[in-house]
Each structure stands twice: as C-alpha cells, then as structure tokens.
Design a protein around this ligand. Sequence first.
Ligand SMILES: [Zn+2]
Length: 274
Amino acid sequence: MRVGVFYHQDFAERGYITLRHRVKPAYDALCKQEYARRLKFFEPAISQLHHDLLNQTHTERHIETVKAEGFHEVALLSAAGVVSAAEMLATDQLDSAFCFVGTAGHHAGRNYSWGFCYYNDVAMAVLRLKQLGVNKILILDMDPHSGDGTRDLIALDPNIIHINFFADEDYSYQDKKLNNYGILLDNATDKVFLQALDEYLPKAAGVEFIIVIFGHDSHCEDYGDFYLTVNGYREFTRRMKSFSDTRPLLYVLSGGSQPQIAAQAIPAVIESLL
Ligand SMILES: [Zn+2]
C-alpha cells in the first residue's frame, strides 16, 4: 500500500495550544518504527490554490478574525496538507494518507469557528475533490465532539455522506432526506463504537472517496467522552481499509491533547493503513 504522511514542524510549534504538544511526540514515535521506511512523507506548503479554496469556504470576516487571533498561517498550512493529500489520492499517487494538523477543522463553519478549529480543512479538500471530478464522498467523523462546521458547510450536498459519531450535543439535521447522520455514543467503548460503525457504513456503499476525521480525544485517557483504546483504533482502521477496498482513504487528525496517547494512537492508525 502507498501510504502518505503529511507533516510540518509548524504544527507542533505554532498550532493551537491544546493540540500542539501531541504533534511532535506522535511524529517522532512514528519515525522510530521499523515500518516508517515504507511510508511516503510530505511537507505541506501553502499555494495560491489554498488561498482560493479558503476564500470559497470561509467569509472574509472570518478569515480576518482568524488572522487577528494569530492562527491563520498554521490553520491554512494544516488545510494545505489535507488538500494536497486529497489531490494525490484522487490522482492515484497514493492509496491512503494520514494528515497531521496544527489546528482542527470540524467546528469551523462559513463565518465562525470554535473548539480549537479555525479553517475547515476537510471542506476545502472536498471542494478540491469536486474540481477534480470526485463527487460522491463519505466524511466519517469519529472525534467525540459533533462536527457542526462540516455539517453546515457540506452536509446539504446530496453527494456527501456525513456520518458523525459524537458524545456532546446533537448538531445533526433532523431532515431524514439528507445524508447527515448524527449518532450519539456517549461513553462509547470499542465494542459499542465498532458496532455503530458497522451499522452506518453501509449507507456510504456507493461513495468514490473516504475521509475519516480522527480525534484521539476519543481515547479513554484523553479529554472526550468516548472510551476507546489503541487496539480499538487498529480495528476501526482495519474495517475502514476493508470498506474502502480500492477507493482512496484519507485520515485527518482532529482532537486529542495527550502526548503519550498520540504517540501510541497515531502510529497504530498509520501502521494499520499500510
Ligand atoms: Zn474533539
């Protein structure tokens, strides 16, 4: 399998404070693994394309607010990595990819963001995928905080299936005609989570491209209200890989703050992608 890893040291040095301390320990732990030499590493860079996608995704007022808060560069760099990974997957240069980030994206809507999120990296990647002719996309969000920004930006698109597992507030649309599924799994264990995954994945059978929003704040020793384990992440990724089969599979890092959890969870997910 051709697995890409997208990483930039600015994520660790300039990312949002709650999220940044886990980035380098996870990356260093990954690089020490024997299988790391089979991975393809990429360093994201911001181009005009990323500015264009940003302007199409967020309002000028929101971008100005993010600039004033000092997270514009690192949030755009995070999104640039996700967009680049999506492009390489869509053009068959990779089979799967894992994107480190310095800020998260799923609580970023057109004119707002909260909860360590600034720019919606996944929404920008979806916009790019559409430009490349990829239309039917699954966004599976297993960060235990509900992806309201992603829902507001793209879950109205009938070609997007948004499967959103959460343990906080229900931000899903109640309109059953939409492909936006909010699944409350408060205090979920591996077993409960994997059962829900098996129940909802068939709804996305016909997609062309699979995006996973991966938050290790879902770990039993991190800050979210899921109680998953590293072995659970391995099994989850094994099932996602099996479901994806020959279709592109893109993991995007989301919440999680504990360096020692990140140093186990992220390499375990990436090894499972290989
Ligand atoms: Zn979260």
